[in-house]
Write a protein that binds this ligand. Structure first.
Ligand SMILES: [Zn+2]
Length: 492
């Protein structure tokens, strides 16, 4: 077990956890957002991030500090916390990004990890190889070996109380990501960034991002804190949290502000296109778009960065409340309606329903049926699996109606998308689901698959299905042995 990370609440594969950071003497509640501080360009001062935004952890780049005359001496002399004026946890990156950008850097893992230790970093990082998406398997494998060597080199450094990242690479090859995660988890290292996913996010490839994270999660234990490295857009926090990401970092709040880009939970707007500021934060409540456009560049950049931070932290609180309330998938579903690429991400998440189900807890407040995707949620699959184990005999009526019938030995309810269940389970999650009156074909088809599971598990029983005018696409899935009655047409 990794003692520095404890789970408090879970929903889907999302979790609220506590990451103990011994060197900083703080406990960070996850999911957490780490604003990225460029040591050379301070958009919003770290002390303000701590006081006004309640940032508990931030991330800065030890490679830039080490290679910048003046900063290097100050960091070694004063320590990072005093230099940045921040008392929470400070994570340091290693120069891997610069390595990927420029092809080489003048520091080894041992040197940079020792430097991170010496400047008072709370979570250090080795020089891993951030292999981009879509490269050949050979390249991904070769670079993975280098990353694994970097992890081994970091393990060999005496870091004291500093925690150390064990980045998980492997490009867009799921089996390599899974293997990389398993090897990283087997080290003594502490936090697990899923690396080099920024190109996927920048090009809105959320479905592939989810596949990459799912693969990494398969190789990691549930007690592994997972950092989605470079993920700073609030539109995907709910989706990534539902797949089990615990830490996010935002350079986006500052980078986007620099180009007059305005973050929202549904996507990115450009200040030039806005007639109103669709947000409740202090910046937006007290400025009109024209006011912002009239400010000088530095002032406008700072105000937009503050808005971007408010939106990002606000969404993270919404994600945490959703985990607490057991309705994270409902939030993901709402976000999936903001952008088609997010819908792809949500659909990709549902293809991992088996994996989600292993971590999802069984009982929550309510299941809301909100779209055809809801028919593919883990709760529906779990109910179908349960039907394999529910024995029933004799003449059985499966009905969407409320009433009983003495003509049958047993009368079970049918609720799309779940399918049939004994009435005594009506008060048990998820069969307490809120579903629309106007049920769609996807829900009926899922219910029909449930009927099939029950029928196949009880070959000696005789089933009648009394349905509310189901679509042909659903009825064709019901086994031929089942007698069909349409309750809407046949009212007897
Ligand atoms: Zn705002």
């Amino acid at each position: 077990m990794r003692e520095h990370f404890e789970l408090r609440h879970t929903d889907v594969a999302g979790r609220i956890g506590e990451l103990t950071v011994p060197r900083a003497g703080v406990t960070v509640e996850t999911p957490a957002l780490m604003p990225v501080i460029n040591p050379n360009i301070e958009t919003v001062a770290p002390a303000r991030l701590e006081e006004e935004f309640d940032a508990q952890v931030l991330i800065t780049n030890s490679y830039i500090i080490r290679s910048t005359e003046g900063l290097r001496e100050r960091a070694l002399d004063e320590g990072l916390h005093e230099m940045l004026d921040f008392s929470g946890a400070i994570v340091t990156d290693s120069g891997s990004f610069q390595l990927a950008e420029y092809g080489e850097i003048d520091v080894t893992t041992r040197e940079i990890v020792e430097f991170q230790r010496d400047i008072g970093s709370d979570i250090g990082t080795p020089v891993d190889i951030p292999t981009p998406p879509d490269v050949s398997r050979e390249q991904a494998e070769r670079e993975l070996r280098e990353t694994e060597q970097a992890l081994a080199d970091a393990e060999a450094v005496d870091v004291g109380e500093m925690l150390v990242n064990a980045p998980v690479q492997g490009s867009t090859h799921p089996d390599l990501r899974e293997e990389a995660a398993r090897n990283a988890y087997a080290t003594d290292l502490d936090v697990f960034p899923v690396g080099a996913v920024v190109p996927l996010m920048n090009s809105y490839r959320y479905a592939e991002m989810i596949d990459v994270v799912a693969a990494a999660k398969r190789g990691l234990g549930v007690d592994a804190p997972v950092h989605l490295f470079g993920a700073g857009h609030p539109m995907m926090f709910a989706l990534a949290a539902a797949m089990g990401c615990d830490l996010f970092d935002s350079a986006a709040y500052a980078l986007y502000a620099r180009d007059d880009r305005y973050l929202t939970v549904r996507g990115t707007e450009h200040l030039a296109d806005l007639d109103y500021l669709p947000c409740e934060c202090p910046v937006c409540a007290t400025h009109a778009p024209a006011d912002l456009r009239a400010r000088d560049d530095a002032e406008r950049e700072r105000l937009l960065a503050e808005h971007n931070l408010h939106v990002s932290f606000g969404e993270l609180r919404r994600v945490k409340q959703a985990i607490r309330g057991g309705n994270l998938l409902e939030l993901v579903e709402a976000r999936a309606r903001g952008h088609p690429a997010m819908l792809d991400g949500y659909r990709a998440l549902l293809t991992h329903a088996d994996q989600l189900e292993r971590e999802d807890h069984v009982s929550k407040d309510a299941f809301f049926y909100l779209s055809t995707e809801s028919a593919r949620r883990p709760e529906v699959r779990r109910h179908h699996a349960r039907l394999d184990r529910l024995p029933v005999t004799g003449e059985v009526l499966l009905t969407e109606g409320k009433g009983g019938s003495e003509a049958y030995d047993h009368v079970w309810r049918v609720l799309p998308p779940f399918g049939p269940f004994p009435r005594e389970l009506s008060d048990v999650y998820p069969l307490t689901a809120e579903t629309p009156e106007r049920v769609d074909s996807a829900a009926q088809e899922a219910a029909a698959r449930g009927v099939t599971r029950l029928v196949e598990g009880n070959p000696d029983a005789a089933f009648t299905l009394a349905h509310d005018d189901w679509d042909a696409a659903a009825l064709v899935l019901v086994p031929d042995s089942v007698t069909l009655r349409n309750r809407v047409v046949d009212t007897e």
